[in-house]
Design a protein. Sequence first.
Length: 291
Amino acid sequence: MSPSGRPCSLSLVFLLGMASEGIGCLSRCSCQYLEVNCTGQQLQEFPVDIPLDTRQLILAMNNISYLPAVELSFLADLVYLDCRKNLLGDDLDFTFIGVAKLVYLDLSFNNLTQVTFSTFSHLLSLVVLKISDNPNLVAIEKDAFANNTWLRHLDVSRTGLTFLDASTVQDLPNLRLLGLSDNLWHCNCSFLDFITWMMESDVRFPDAENITCYSPAGLRALRMPAAEAQLHFSCLTQLYKLDYVFLCLVGFCIFLAGTMAAWLAGVCAVTYEAYASKGEEEEEEEEEVTA
């Protein structure tokens, strides 16, 4: 040992690395210091013999369809989880409740169908979230990322999304990168707020040329800047069914009020005529009596 003690510390790191590599590591996975890599091992289930001090877990390119919340919670120090290219389905609510330190999460190329507030709400330290290439992902709740205020990189490209509420992402103060390309965006008046936010935001949108409208047919393949101009014109001048109902009610009220006013005027005129005629007749009778 040198006076500085450096060889001893290096030996300690080496021994810890050997311990993580040799103790509790799955036979089909490779283990290094604080990292477990099970890429492409045809795993059908989440491996349960993962060292508890694991910080980085890579389960990419397997056939895992379910992430058990209890087993995950044993990995309390986990900061990096890569589950891309698996068979994970729609029910991920409360799955990550025990891995609050998670910073990086990749769930791309799976079978997710929705994201709710309960899906990622416990990941208060999350910085990178990739849920792209989930073709069955059709809904992200308005407040789905309300607790993920440290989120900087969010990717929802190549999914089944047709709509995303502007408040879902505009309330993320640290968001810097947002992937939106090759989705089935329905560019109607309800989507105008989101497009306007895109145009005014400082967030960067990779592959921006492929962020286009899918519907309606008149706006198909139109990029967002052009779509915004079209929607601003059509949405500000377009009347909806309720608008037509309101106008009809106003017109009917005006017609009714006019009819009533004309009727009252007629009644007053007839009444006046009657009183005037009666007065003239009385005057004539008085003159005849006097004569």
